[in-house]
Design a protein around this ligand. Structure first.
Ligand SMILES: [Zn+2]
Ligand SMILES: [Zn+2]
Length: 174
């Protein structure tokens, strides 16, 4: 009888068909990028949900998602306010004036709590815009890991000149 009760518990006894020890362990890149995707679910700008995680020595130092400054109305409550700008190559960009980008919010969180992020890496669910990239260079980020490309052609020259590394980590099924 007690065996029957146990088999109804939350942890089903192994039926012997598979071996738990053989399940692949999540690698560091997948782990941090998965956290970035989870953080993106807190984003409030309706134009896109982005998450960022700053990491050094496999420890999370700070996190951020895109949204309005603390205490101000968020886009999902008041609608985005769009402005247009023309990139030097002639392409027209549209951005939301309400929103702080995820990677800048991660930097702001570190600054607020006095956490040094020099020589750290950052995981972002999308590649940074040129404005965020400039700040990432200046806070001493070494490698930017991203999942989805975003206007990546606009940052190629800055990447080349600065030496900061940009590496794609594709995480599926999140
Ligand atoms: Zn917005
Ligand atoms: Zn940005």
């Amino acid at each position: 009888m007690s065996d029957d009760i146990q088999s109804e518990g939350c942890c089903k006894p192994c039926d012997g068909d598979h071996d738990h020890a053989s399940e692949p362990r999540l690698g560091w890149h997948e782990y941090f990028m998965s956290v970035a995707h989870l953080i993106a679910k807190r984003a409030t700008c309706t134009r896109g949900h982005i998450g960022a995680v700053v990491v050094r020595d496999n420890n999370i130092l700070s996190t951020g998602y895109n949204g309005a400054p603390s205490g101000l109305p968020h886009c999902n409550e008041t609608n985005c306010k769009i402005y247009r700008s023309v990139h030097p190559d002639g392409t027209v960009e549209e951005n939301c004036v309400n929103t702080i980008h995820a990677e800048i919010n991660a930097i702001a969180q570190a600054a607020k709590h006095g956490v040094s992020i020099k020589d750290a890496d950052i995981y972002i669910t999308a590649s940074p815009c040129i404005h965020c990239l400039k700040v990432l260079i200046n806070v001493g980020i070494r490698t930017i890991y991203y999942d989805k490309p975003y206007k990546i052609e606009h940052i190629s020259e800055l990447l080349r000149l600065s030496g900061i590394r940009l590496v794609q980590i594709n995480v599926h099924n999140i």
